[in-house]
Design a protein around this ligand. Structure first.
Ligand code: HEM
Ligand code: HEM
Length: 194
């Protein structure tokens, strides 16, 4: 498998970034829900959010790298068996997943820096507060963060079900492309369709 994408499949960088981020996002969702119900006397009460914030900032950097990589790469063609509405829905879903991840991370940053304090990322580096001191910033950003997290995880669930349906029911190349496997399709789509 080559590092870069081809018309018939994603390369190992895109595949690696997709699965690394998918696992981390699901883990971050579970960690977020779990840490919110801890009592003040729980030993994880402070460490849970510290880990959540540190992983979140690192994930933000990975997301930026992924967006750059996507834009300097070929986009693999859709399976020819896909109907027009399926292509449009899939592209809109991917766009929404990127947008939701970005917005969720920005909201998380705004909760964590609402009091003007920087975020310490695993004692490696710190990210300074920029926008802070807005009235009720922590609560408002917290509400938005929670809504975005649920929206992202539900949309990702639908997206995963669609991928599994295409693999096991339609037997097309949609999931194989994201596993780095060559699909049967080799002809590039017209530029206008990419
Ligand atoms: C993919 C990335 C992320 C996911 C899936 C995620 C998910 C969640 C979830 C589900 C909660 C619990 C919400 C609730 O019940 O109120 C939460 C809380 C929180 N998250 Fe994230 N989060 C992500 C990224 C971030 C980032 C980047 C930061 C900060 C740099 C952050 C900071 C926080 C904080 C401070 C809370 C506690 C909010 C509160 O106490 O109201 N999160 N997150
Ligand atoms: C939180 C979890 C997930 C997120 C945030 C996510 C996000 C994304 C994004 C943004 C893309 C577009 C890639 C691009 O072209 O730039 C994508 C593609 C894809 N994802 Fe996911 N994904 C997640 C989980 C899953 C799971 C669990 C599966 C399979 C069961 C899956 C299967 C696929 C497939 C097959 C593609 C390629 C679709 C195509 O090119 O037509 N994803 N994913």
């Amino acid at each position: 498998m080559t590092a870069k994408n081809t018309y018939s499949r994603y390369g190992w960088v895109s595949v690696g970034l997709h699965w690394l981020m998918a696992i981390t996002v699901i883990g971050m969702f579970a960690l977020g829900i779990w840490m919110r119900q801890l009592s003040y006397y729980d030993p994880w009460y402070k460490d849970g959010p510290t880990i959540h914030k540190s992983i979140g900032i690192l994930l933000f950097l990975v997301l930026l790298a992924r967006i750059v990589w996507r834009n300097i790469n070929i986009r693999p063609s859709d399976d020819p068996a896909l109907k027009a509405w399926e292509r449009v829905t899939a592209h809109l879903t991917h766009f929404a997943l990127y947008g939701l991840m970005l917005a969720l991370m920005i909201a998380g940053y705004l909760i964590s820096t609402a009091d003007g304090r920087p975020i310490e990322v695993f004692n490696l580096f710190s990210v300074p507060a920029t926008l802070h001191g807005i009235a009720d910033q922590e609560d408002i950003a917290g509400e938005i963060h929670e809504i975005l997290a649920w929206t992202l995880i539900l949309l990702a669930g639908v997206h995963a079900l669609a991928a599994l349906k295409h693999h096991f029911i339609n037997h097309d190349s949609t999931l194989l492309k994201m596993l780095g496997r060559e699909s049967t399709m080799t002809s590039p789509q017209k530029e206008s369709e990419l």
